[in-house]
Design a protein around this ligand. Structure first.
Ligand SMILES: NC(=O)c1ccc[n+]([C@@H]2O[C@H](COP(=O)([O-])OP(=O)(O)OC[C@H]3O[C@@H](n4cnc5c(N)ncnc54)[C@H](O)[C@@H]3O)[C@@H](O)[C@H]2O)c1
Length: 261
């Protein structure tokens, strides 16, 4: 079941937009959503690779399209949402997953450029995704928003100062919008992954390749003894996107092997 090939119908008939879907967690979410019966628009800054993933999904018989999208640009985010509506008539699930990492940096060495870039992608990108999709969801009578936050929002590691704070924003926006949008039957939840085996890992650690000692030290902070994978995050997203979680809103779902306990 966890090999990414199992098929189910937990999201049958639903339309989803996933940002940051060319790689890592977003790719895993898009693939799993398709396997569960959703139609998916994959949006990513990396227009080439997002189309590679979308094409692969289409060749496997799924209804998926890829579009180059910079989540720091409002017009791009709105275009992605509009494309999904034009193609499928609605957006049931919006996954604001695109994000960037930061390398360990002392606060006195953190530049304005580092700050501005993290704010633009990790904060504005989530805000813009929520803002663009809410009118569509209100008009259709409801929907689900899922924001990829992080354990960093709850239990920060030192030296990832601006990144951690940007994820606290995503988590707080999630909770605030859950309350604001509950009357419109729009559920808003976050997923808080623990450090994961994606392209982001080398940025967080500041090392191109982690040696065994360093890996053991990181894994040692995770009670279940391993990092997260795209499929771990994707299964959590399937639950939050599906009607199985119809009473769940304003939640930060930790997929963290116990790190935040
Ligand atoms: N990997 C981890 O350890 C970890 C842990 C907790 C949370 N997260 C969060 O999970 C999310 C996904 O990260 P990942 O680990 O899959 O990283 P990743 O680097 O593998 O994938 C991120 C994707 O986002 C895209 N992206 C970057 N900037 C973008 C922009 N401006 N507009 C659109 N797309 C953009 C990239 O092109 C890439 O395809 C991020 O929000 C990240 O902060 C990651």
């Amino acid at each position: 079941m966890a090999d990414g090939t199992a098929r189910g119908g937990r999201l049958a008939g639903k339309v989803a937009v996933v940002t940051g879907a060319a790689a890592g967690f977003g790719e895993g979410i898009a693939r799993r959503f398709c396997a569960e019966g959703a139609r998916v628009l994959l949006a990513d800054l990396d227009g080439e690779n997002v189309e590679v993933v979308a094409k692969d999904l289409r060749e496997a018989g799924h209804d998926a399209i890829g579009v180059a999208t910079d989540v720091t640009v409002d017009a791009d985010v709105r275009r992605a949402v509009t494309m999904a509506v034009e193609r499928w008539g609605r957006v049931d699930v919006m996954v604001n997953n695109a994000g960037i990492a930061q390398s360990p940096t002392r606060i006195e060495d953190a530049t304005d450029e580092l700050f501005d870039t993290l704010v633009a992608v990790n904060m504005y990108g989530v805000f813009a995704g929520c803002r663009a999709v809410v009118p569509v969801m209100k008009a259709q009578g409801g929907g689900v928003i899922i924001n990829t936050a992080s354990t960093a929002a709850v239990r920060p590691r030192p030296l990832l100062n601006v990144y951690n704070a940007s994820k606290a924003f995503a988590l707080n926006l999630t909770k605030t919008l859950a309350l604001e949008l509950a009357p419109d039957r729009i559920r808003v939840n976050a997923i808080n992954p623990v450090m994961g085996e994606t392209g982001m890992l080398k940025v967080f650690t500041g090392e191109e390749e982690m040696d065994n000692d360093r890996r053991a030290a990181v894994v040692g902070t995770i009670p279940l003894g391993r990092m997260s994978t795209p499929d771990d995050i994707a299964w959590a997203a399937v639950y939050l996107a599906s009607d199985e979680s119809s009473l769940v809103t304003g939640h930060g779902l930790e997929v963290d092997g116990g790190r935040d306990v």
